[in-house]
Design a protein around this ligand. Structure first.
Ligand SMILES: Nc1nc2c(ncn2[C@@H]2O[C@H](COP(=O)(O)OP(=O)(O)O)[C@@H](O)[C@H]2O)c(=O)[nH]1
Ligand SMILES: [Mg+2]
Length: 281
């Protein structure tokens, strides 16, 4: 799957982040727990610089608990701050606030010693659709910023001030111009970071089937009530279409509709709790 496209507004967003990083004390780097490795944007290195950073593994309700633990161990071994959350669950706000407080504790003590009051500012960054805005709403306890189940919902920067004195900068999600690894491109597509209209959905659905058969061999058979043994991805795709009645007049399968349904099932967690990426050095 070759997506070599980089919309101009993402360059603009990256410049905005590079300018605004001077104003913040720390970074909240959001990763989708279903594909954390694919969510690392090589261009963010220049954004983060030397700022303290918290890695937020989000959408844990949709991800594989065992693999989430591997990621947590990985961050801990590297001495990195992290928190695993489900931002749509308001109960997780406290844990995010706690780790934010932890990485800025030195700074807050310094302010206290000087007797100055200054808000602590975090910039929230990540690929499109990983839940940045939802995390901000979770922390603020209300709908402070707009969220949506597709990429490109947050357009510009937006500051949100919390009662605790914390200030959060919401940013638009950005991708990078070229994906070196084919897996990264398709996993970003699976998790909805890449706009569906710039990819071939049928190809994406077939790649999703291939990866699922490899990593979670029973999940498709279980969800769609079909037998996947010794079948190719194309055969499985067709069986799903027939089983679900995604047929066109004349009896051909409605591939587009079938592809959308498979991707949608994955994105909504109906195929089970799935994580594609394992930590790597
Ligand atoms: N299941 C689940 N959905 C989430 C979670 N966090 C965010 N979402 C959904 O993911 C979609 C994208 O969220 P949004 O905050 O707009 O992402 P952003 O583009 O990174 O700002 C929305 O439909 C959210 O409701 C989570 O932890 N679990
Ligand atoms: Mg957003």
């Amino acid at each position: 799957m070759n997506i070599q496209w980089f919309p101009g507004h993402m360059t603009k967003a990256l410049r905005m982040m590079e300018e605004n990083v001077k104003l913040v004390d720390a970074i909240g780097y959001v990763l989708d727990a279903r594909a954390p490795l694919s969510c690392f944007n090589p261009q963010f290195r220049s954004v983060i610089g030397m700022k303290p950073c918290v890695f937020i593994l989000n959408k844990c309700d949709l991800a594989d608990p065992e693999k989430i633990e591997l990621w947590c161990k990985h961050f801990a071994a590297k001495g990195l701050s992290y928190v695993k959350v489900t931002a749509t669950a308001s109960a997780d706000a406290g844990r995010i606030a706690a780790v934010f407080a932890q990485v800025t504790s030195e700074l807050r003590l310094k302010y206290q010693a000087k007797g100055v009051f200054r808000p602590i500012r975090f910039m929230i960054i990540g690929v499109p659709n990983c839940g940045k805005s939802t995390i901000i709403n979770c922390l603020s306890g209300k709908k402070a910023v707009i969220t949506g189940d597709k990429p490109g919902v947050t357009k510009g920067k937006q500051w949100v001030r919390l009662a605790s004195g914390l200030e959060l900068l919401d940013t638009p999600g950005t991708l990078w111009p070229k994906f070196d690894d084919e897996n990264v491109a398709c996993r970003l597509c699976f998790i909805g970071s890449i706009k569906d209209d710039v990819v071939d959905l049928c190809e994406a659905a077939n790649l999703l089937i291939a990866q699922l058969i490899d990593l979670y061999p029973n999940c498709i058979a279980k969800r769609f009530g079909i037998n996947c043994d010794d079948k190719s991805c194309e055969e499985i795709f067709e069986e799903i279409a027939v089983k679900r009645g995604f047929l066109l007049r004349g009896g051909d399968i409605d591939a587009e509709r079938c592809a959308k349904a498979i991707l949608d099932d994955f994105r909504k967690g109906k195929l089970g709790r799935i994580t594609f990426d394992l930590p790597a050095d």
